[in-house]
Design a binder for this molecule. Structure first.
Ligand code: ZN
Length: 111
């Protein structure tokens, strides 16, 4: 027994407009989703920008061998931008690690 669904278009013209309408709604939903995601991303960036990912305190920019390295003096965390780890890890740059360790030297310890 053939079943005629309520959404089945009665003519090719109806089918065309149904398809057109669905495509319009699909594109509208895609656009809203895209805008929401961008808005959400902006909110997150505004909320967390330059804050330590571990303790949430404001990070400080410290100039180090031509790089601006973000340092959290509250918990001792360091944030490196893309490529900065390669510069610091280069064998000819072994002095940089000493400089970084110096930032967190315990001031209460003698020497
Ligand atoms: Zn921190």
């Amino acid at each position: 027994m053939p079943v005629r669904g309520p959404t089945k278009p009665s003519s090719s013209e109806d089918e065309f407009f149904a398809k057109e309408d669905a495509e319009k709604k699909r594109r509208l939903t895609q656009q809203v989703t895209k805008e929401l995601a961008a808005d959400e991303r902006k909110k997150l960036r505004d909320l967390h920008f330059m804050h330590c990912p571990k303790c949430g305190m404001k990070m400080q920019e410290v100039r180090l061998h031509g790089m601006d390295v973000e340092v959290c003096f509250a918990c001792g965390g360091i944030f490196l931008d893309k490529g900065e780890i390669d510069i610091i890890a280069a064998p000819q740059q072994k002095g940089i690690m000493g400089a970084i360790l110096n930032w967190f030297k315990d001031e209460t310890k003698p020497g």
